[in-house]
Ligand binder design. Structure first.
Ligand code: NDP
Length: 452
């Protein structure tokens, strides 16, 4: 422990990765400080994963109420959404989580500074005009929504604002084709908003298995989302009672709200990195080596700000690995292969391993097993939702190299299968596993005939 500095570790940003690094380092007896100027818990807790999932739950109740009739219930009266109640109850829950984060930091012994930190040099940080020195600095400032500059872009909102709207729009346009766009299109549609999803490309969720992302698109259309592919917004004008959105094919549409979900960029502006040897990439993200060290040997970075994989559990794992590297036995590692991930669109999509397209490129000789069926809830419930599953197997080794699911509980199911794939399970292992009956998940261990 160096006494030359005020702290062993100064963490900038109290999001998922920063808090984890600060807590674990402090628990190892290190003198740790962490600075945050916005909210404890970062994007995930405040304007991301957590409030989003609460909204997803809310948006699914109308379908459940409808299905309940087939199961003998007579829901009486008209179901009306009280948006302010949903929004404020969500905010209360987030405040509760902020409190938990505060306690976690306090109990770990790390010192929390409420203010914006600026890097003054390789070992110096200032917060609220006070200068602190640290042997090591960790930048974990996360990301921020990116909105392209175009005529009328000042009229649009990002996902940040969606969690605090004064009122729910009657009509909304969501621009983008990635995680956030499809998730919010599903939420808005489920909450009763007439929803248009506008994407400039040919296929939503283009980084996912094509067959599965097409199933998501079909499912979203069936649930009532109006999807416009190959469509670009040229400009947006404010009208008397809303917004007019003009498209490159000279068509136009009016809406009360336009959400741009067009990616997130690393939050490195005004961080003082020019006072160091760090040269950020053109998108603002910080380059690092295999140990999360930047071009400045005393400064490390992890999470969304390094723009490797923008996922909360990845940032947390990166924090564990970094603390082990700095203060442990250096045995922890992070494997970026086979990261399970889910998109909480409706229908839900979850996946681990390679898409069919990527598997074909990498392995060439593969077998693909597919299953598409109506889940039990829909039989009496009278809905049209389906479940689609897909296993991709490397023929030479029999290893399952990709697993994909669209439909209810996809995230919950794929999390378990992620372990099997991480452990190198073969198709024979899947076949030897007894199913849980009746469940949708059992289909993953009963697919016997390859589809192709
Ligand atoms: P994504 O990168 O997933 O998607 C961005 C979308 O915006 C793409 O469809 C892209 O189109 C489009 N786009 C980019 N620039 C423009 C532009 N100038 N005009 C029109 N469209 C544009 O970003 P998101 O914002 O959806 O999410 C950010 C990240 O956050 C995700 O990648 C994910 O890592 C994480 N996240 C994870 C969630 C989860 O785990 N469930 C949930 C939400 C976010 P194109 O494809 O043509 O480039």
């Amino acid at each position: 422990m160096s006494t030359e500095f005020d702290y062993d570790l100064f963490v900038i940003g109290a999001g998922s990765g920063g808090v984890r690094a600060a807590r674990i380092a402090a628990s190892k007896g290190k003198r740790v400080a962490i600075a945050e100027d916005r909210y404890l818990g970062g994007t995930c807790v405040n304007v991301g994963c957590v409030p989003k999932k609460l909204f997803v739950y809310s948006s699914q109740f109308p379908e459940m109420v409808h299905a309940s009739q087939g199961f003998g219930w007579n829901p009486s009266g008209e179901a009306v959404l009280d948006w302010p109640r949903l929004r404020d109850r969500k905010t209360d829950e987030i405040h509760r989580l902020n409190g938990i984060y505060q306690r976690l930091i306090d109990n770990s012994g790390a010192i929390l500074y409420d203010g914006r930190a600026t890097v003054l040099g390789p070992n110096q940080v200032s917060v609220n005009g006070q200068i602190h020195t640290a042997e090591t600095i960790l930048v974990a400032t996360g990301g921020w929504p990116f909105i392209p500059d175009f005529p009328g872009s000042e009229h649009v909102v990002s996902s940040n604002e969606m969690f605090f709207l004064d009122q729910l729009p009657k009509t909304a346009v969501v621009v983008g084709g990635g995680y956030i766009a499809v998730e919010f299109a599903g939420i808005l549609n489920g909450l009763g908003v007439q929803t248009h999803l506008v994407y400039r490309g040919t296929r939503l969720l283009k980084s996912f298995d094509a067959e599965m992302s097409n199933k998501v698109t079909q499912g979203m259309i069936q649930k009532g989302v109006n999807i416009h592919l190959n469509t670009k917004v040229t400009n947006i004008q404010k009208t008397g009672d809303g917004l007019e959105i003009n498209f490159s094919d000279h068509t136009a549409m009016s809406a009360d709200l336009v959400l741009y979900a067009t990616g997130r960029v690393a939050a490195t502006k005004n961080l003082g990195l020019e006072n160091t040897k760090i040269v950020v990439r053109s998108d603002g993200s910080i380059p690092i080596d295999n140990n999360f060290c930047t071009q400045e040997p005393t400064i490390y970075a992890l999470g969304d700000v390094i723009d490797r994989v923008q996922l909360t559990p990845v940032a947390i794992q990166e924090a564990m690995v970094l603390v082990d590297h700095l203060y442990g036995d250096k045995r922890a590692f992070i494997d970026y292969e086979n990261i399970p991930t889910a998109v909480f669109c409706q229908p839900e999509l979850a996946t681990v391993g390679l898409s069919e397209e990527a598997a074909l490129k990498t392995y060439g000789d593969i077998s693909v097993y597919t299953s598409d069926f109506k889940p039990m809830l829909q039989t009496l419930g009278g809905g049209d939702d389906r479940i689609s599953m897909k296993l991709i197997v490397d023929k030479a080794s029999d290893k399952v190299i990709g697993c994909h699911m669209v439909g209810d509980h996809a995230a919950e199911i794929i999390q378990g299968i992620g372990i099997a794939i991480k452990a190198g399970a073969t198709k024979a292992d899947f076949d030897a596993t007894i199913g849980i009956h009746p469940s949708a998940a059992e289909e993953f261990v009963t697919m016997r005939e390859a589809t192709r």
